[in-house]
Design a protein around this ligand. Structure first.
Ligand code: HPA
Length: 269
């Protein structure tokens, strides 16, 4: 199968570059990429060099893969992800997750900036579950049986044990960590106030334009998942107006806590 060949080709390329045996994949969202700068013995690969890899076009995303040691673990971190709203097919959006699986990762930590429905700017939220409002699914098409089943169970897509570790660690280091449901939309428009009222009724606590496709592909292949949202703004209707500058600004404000939390969690996973 051609797609499988591409995944293997990319994994082989990265291995040759020294990305040998990552234990955890880290997908760092808008404004959260700085964590990768704390990785020691780093192998840095520009996205443009990686075969079959997408391109990152969003402000606040560096477009680099960083592999090395963080909190005593071998991590493969992505500074910047691919979004559906950039025109990427979901195959491209989720490609890095498949490569992480092939390289032998046990789990992925998926982070994002999100609008809060109830939660305010600066809140860190462990994702307990998601609502897929994209109208898409990255697993549509021929099933990759080598990765997982045709009809994957999503009951525990966000691994409960990882979340328990996250809460325990947050308490220990004195970082406030809330928990809630992430609703994924395609963007690139922010939501209307009416949509946010509807999403609130549906049970969403945060809304964003990423994460859902990656977590579906991770769950399919049996990768464990920890999802952390950094709430960067009140969702539409709860504040005057929304813009990307504010999203990046707020993530910059909480990045200290964010980095401390993630590093401490990694040490305990
Ligand atoms: N909506 C969607 N995506 C987002 C938001 C939002 O309010 N904030 C950051 N990403």
């Amino acid at each position: 199968m051609i797609f499988l060949d591409k995944i293997n080709e990319t994994a082989t390329f990265l291995k040759e570059r020294g990305v040998v045996a990552p234990e955890f994949g880290l997908i760092l969202g808008s404004g959260l990429g700085e964590l990768a700068e704390e990785i020691e013995n780093a192998v840095v690969v520009d996205y443009a060099e990686i075969p079959n890899w997408g391109r990152s076009t969003v402000v606040g995303h560096a477009g680099k893969l960083v592999y090395g040691d963080l909190a005593g673990r071998k991590v493969l971190a992505l500074q910047g992800r691919f979004h559906f709203y950039e025109g990427n097919p979901l195959e491209v959006v989720t490609f890095p997750v498949r490569v992480m699986k092939v390289l032998g990762c046990e789990g992925v930590i998926v982070t994002n900036a999100a609008g809060g429905i109830g939660f305010g700017p600066g809140t860190l939220m462990a994702i307990s579950d998601h609502i897929n409002m994209t109208g898409q699914n990255p697993l549509i098409g021929e099933n990759l049986d080598d990765f997982g089943p045709r009809f994957p169970d999503m009951s525990k897509a966000y691994t409960p044990e990882y979340r328990a570790v996250a809460h325990r660690v947050a308490e220990k280091i004195g970082v406030q960590l809330d928990e809630g449901v992430y609703l994924g939309a395609t963007g690139p428009t922010y939501e209307t106030p009416a949509e946010i009222r509807a999403f609130k009724t549906l049970g969403a606590d945060a809304v964003g334009m990423s994460t859902v496709p990656e977590v579906i592909v991770a769950a399919h292949s049996g990768l464990k998942v920890l999802g952390i949202s950094c709430i960067s703004n009140y969702a539409a209707g709860f504040q005057e107006e929304l813009n990307h500058e504010e999203v990046v600004e707020v993530t910059q404000r909480v990045k200290g806590d964010f980095k401390r939390l993630l590093t401490s969690i990694l040490a305990e996973l």
